[in-house]
Ligand binder design. Structure first.
Ligand code: SF4
Length: 363
């Protein structure tokens, strides 16, 4: 590699080897700026290893299950650090929403697994880069061991996507004087969410027009090579085996969730539950619902099928679930705003049945 990139310095408690582990940290970007490294530099033969590793990061995200970018402690630190922003450029150049979400998740999972075994001091340093008010707090209560205390506002902000799991709700946490007590594993999991969101925001398909031709070509061939995995074509209602489904009769909340699933956008657990139970209750085939979630970045067919069958009452307690009521959906921020019919009902299923009845009677 060109000698210009051989002098990444240390940044306080974080060493350059840490930046190789956590290349999304602002110190990495500062170092790259300091080195005056330009995107087009990567097309020079001397920097081929950076572009190759950047591409490998994305390929690993697309091919591993669950998605995770690899970590090799013996890898060249400079290549590791520089290949991260290059992977962001490459992912942006693909202009693929699927690649964006999958790559962000794979990098975030890598960071989670590294943070779980990281020293407490370094975990704090990483957390502080996201503006967290966090401190060491080593205490044991019964069988539970807590390593950190996090300001409850920062906890609430970072845990929003995890609230579907009972254990993450604030009421189930040890909170003392406005701080939430957490284990290292919990902090790593919360940081995973922060990192995923941070990387997703960095990947911008609008950048494509500004990216050098040589990188666009790499991005296009990557997309072509993994077209099967990417499944870019949107699922359409006509293409699926449930002719009974009438999306135009769905209430606004379910329509929003349905469209999010079709385009593979992230849906919180309660949203997935609402959509699944709604579709099952209007008689949609579970196989159709499995296909609906296929574009999700963390899609796992076995797990998805299990959950759908559980909601359908075919497993576990054998209870067939119905979607939550409107007031519950409103509490969880899943009601996008009421239309006229919404004001007269209290449950999304009632909305659908009324619209359907009205259509059948021609009213
Ligand atoms: S009022 Fe109820 S049915 Fe209407 S959009 Fe909101 S949650 Fe859905």
């Amino acid at each position: 590699m060109n000698s210009k990139l051989q002098f990444l310095g240390e940044t306080g408690i974080l060493l350059s080897s840490d930046l190789a582990k956590y290349p999304f940290l602002p110190e990495s970007a500062e170092e790259i700026k300091r080195l005056d490294f330009k995107i087009e530099d990567v097309l020079e033969p001397n920097y081929a290893s950076i572009l190759d590793r950047a591409e490998k990061r994305i390929v690993e995200a697309l091919t591993s299950n669950p998605p995770e970018v690899s970590y090799d402690p013996s890898a060249d630190v400079n290549v590791e650090i520089l290949s991260f922003p290059m992977a962001i450029v490459l992912a942006s150049a693909t202009a693929s929403d699927y690649i964006k979400r999958r790559y962000a998740l794979a990098e975030a999972r890598r960071a989670y697994n590294l943070l779980k075994i990281e020293s407490e001091e370094k975990v704090i340093e990483v957390a502080k880069r996201f503006g967290w008010r966090i401190r060491l707090a080593s205490i044991e209560i019964g069988l539970e061991k807590f390593d950190f205390a996090l300001h409850f506002i920062d906890y609430l902000k970072s845990a929003t996507t995890l609230f579907h799991e009972k254990g993450w709700k604030l009421v189930n946490r040890l909170v003392v004087r406005g701080e939430v007590y957490l284990s290292k594993q919990d902090v790593a999991r919360l940081l995973q969410e922060e990192i995923r969101r941070h990387i997703e925001l960095k990947i911008d398909p609008k950048m494509r027009s500004l990216i050098p031709e040589g990188i666009i070509k790499r991005a296009d061939s990557l997309k072509m090579m993994y077209a099967e995995k990417i499944k870019e074509e949107p699922l359409t209602i006509e293409g699926l085996a449930s002719p009974d489904i009438e999306v135009n009769l769905f209430p606004p909340c379910v329509r929003g969730l349905y469209e999010a699933a079709l385009s593979g956008r992230h849906i919180p657990h309660i949203g997935r539950f609402t959509l699944t139970s709604f579709l099952l209750n209007i008689g949609i085939d579970p196989n159709f619902i499995v296909d609906l979630f296929r574009k999700s970045a963390d899609f796992n067919e076995r797990m998805t099928r299990y959950q759908i069958e559980h909601i359908a009452g075919q497993r576990g307690s054998r209870t067939k679930y119905i979607p939550p009521k409107c007031d519950t959906l409103q509490t969880h921020g899943l009601c996008p705003g009421m239309d006229e019919l919404c004001r007269r009902i209290k449950h999304p299923l009632t909305y659908y049945l009324r619209r359907k009845r009205r259509r059948v009677s021609g009213a």
